[in-house]
Write a protein that binds this ligand. Structure first.
Ligand SMILES: [Mg+2]
Length: 177
């Protein structure tokens, strides 16, 4: 598997069912915030994000919020959820995975990184030996730097989706619970 290839692609993080993770031996997720759970503009979790996180919790999946964003953004988002978090996580550094393993007493192969960016979220998963789940970004209101990264990642995502239809879950296909 290439350094930047995800293991799976979902049209939304909220389409990932707990059983999809647990069947693969995953009991811990490292979650990105911006454009994965909410848009850049949403400071606190939406009802949808809240519900999905609770669903993971009910299924005994440990959660670490890991964002490259600044402390204020990350703490304001994670605190209402009562979740541990890392800000300035420097993804694609594997730091967030190492911290999750220490925090929850799990191995990297029991961890899934879920995020919308190839070069940060997927890079982090690959470096740290975790499952890499790429999600479609929630919206396109992104700054110039992110737009540039999107242009760079587009061929990687396109190729993956073309060659791995069985690993792509879009419009809730393949969801069983
Ligand atoms: Mg993101």
């Amino acid at each position: 598997m290439s350094r930047l290839q995800p293991d799976y692609y979902f049209d939304s993080a909220f389409s990932i069912r707990p059983s999809f993770l647990t069947e693969k031996g995953i009991n811990c997720v490292v979650l990105d915030i911006d454009n994965t759970l909410v848009t850049y503009g949403e400071k606190i979790p939406t009802e949808k994000a809240n519900e999905w996180i609770n669903l993971l919790r009910q299924n005994n999946i440990s959660i670490l919020i890991a964002s490259n964003n600044v402390e204020k953004r990350v703490s304001e988002f994670a605190t209402p959820l009562g979740l541990p978090y890392i800000f300035n996580s420097f993804k694609p550094s594997k730091k967030a995975i190492v911290e999750a393993c220490t925090m929850f007493g799990v191995r990297p192969d029991q961890v899934a990184v879920i995020g919308d960016q190839v070069f940060t979220d997927i890079g982090c998963a690959r470096k740290g030996g975790a499952l890499a789940i790429l999600t479609k970004p929630i919206n396109d209101k992104e700054n110039l730097f992110i737009k540039f990264k999107r242009a760079m990642e587009r061929p990687i995502v396109k190729k993956f989706r073309k060659n791995n239809a069985d690993r792509c879950f879009e419009r809730s296909e393949g969801i069983d619970d």
